[in-house]
Design a protein around this ligand. Structure first.
Ligand code: GRF
Length: 221
């Protein structure tokens, strides 16, 4: 038997014994970030317990279906207040008792109560180099501002919209021929690499929110 074959049962047993963290992923659209997390879930010690979308036309729901992941639609248009919508989403999330709540292109603003409830275990991905360009249309705004570089940030979610402590960023150069579409494509490539990596830090217990700061391996980021 080749030597590498002998260690296979050990690797398999180690993986089975290591505790996978349970994650709930919230989406609103294409779900390409969701897909990158699905594809790497086994390598980043994550099991995706469910996917929640606030839009029925979100292709991410099909991605969840194809991957055999339970998925729920909670349409914000069916609720007459942000609070009622948040409570409905929260009720679903809590059924799965997740260790981590992953916002992956979820385009709704939460109430403070919701942000506080999951504070310390809710991450968001934002397509800009925060604190620059919080909010929407980040790629066009970066171009209009004459930026030379742009990128993506992953941060803990706190009560400030796109304002929680940044954990990691990835940069791309802006070149003269870029438009919002080409820039979005370049940034998405970085998003798909960075988000699973940061989630892995969390599932390994290396990443925490402490005293309002993101802390990795005991050091404030
Ligand atoms: C990404 O650019 C993400 O940073 C932003 O919304 C987009 C979602 O893309 N918040 P996808 O649905 O993951 O393809």
């Amino acid at each position: 038997m080749p030597g590498w074959l002998a260690v296979l049962p050990i690797i398999t047993a180690t993986r089975l014994l290591s505790k996978l963290m349970r994650g709930v992923v919230l989406i609103s659209g294409s779900g390409s970030n969701l897909q990158s997390i699905i594809d790497k879930a086994a390598d980043i010690d994550l099991t995706i317990s469910c996917v929640v979308s606030n839009r029925s036309d979100a292709y991410g729901l099909t991605r969840a279906e194809n991957a055999g992941i339970p998925h729920h639609l909670v349409e914000h248009t069916q609720f007459d207040s942000r609070t009622a919508f948040d409570q409905a989403v929260s009720k679903i999330i809590d059924q799965y008792s997740p260790d981590i709540v992953i916002l992956a292109g979820f385009m709704r603003i939460f109430t403070e109560a919701f942000a506080q409830k999951y504070c310390g275990k809710m991450l968001n991905i934002h397509p800009s180099l925060l604190p620059k360009f919080q909010g929407l249309n980040t790629h066009q705004r970066a171009l209009d501002a004459g930026e030379k570089e742009h990128g993506v940030s992953i941060h803990f979610v706190t009560v400030q919209l796109d304002g929680g402590p940044v954990i990691a960023q990835s940069r791309v150069d802006i070149i003269p021929s870029d438009d919002a579409i080409s820039l979005a494509k370049k940034v998405l490539i970085e998003e798909h690499k960075l988000y699973p990596e940061v989630i892995h830090w969390f599932t390994q217990g290396r990443l925490q929110l402490k005293d309002g700061k993101a802390v990795l391996d005991g050091k404030a980021l």
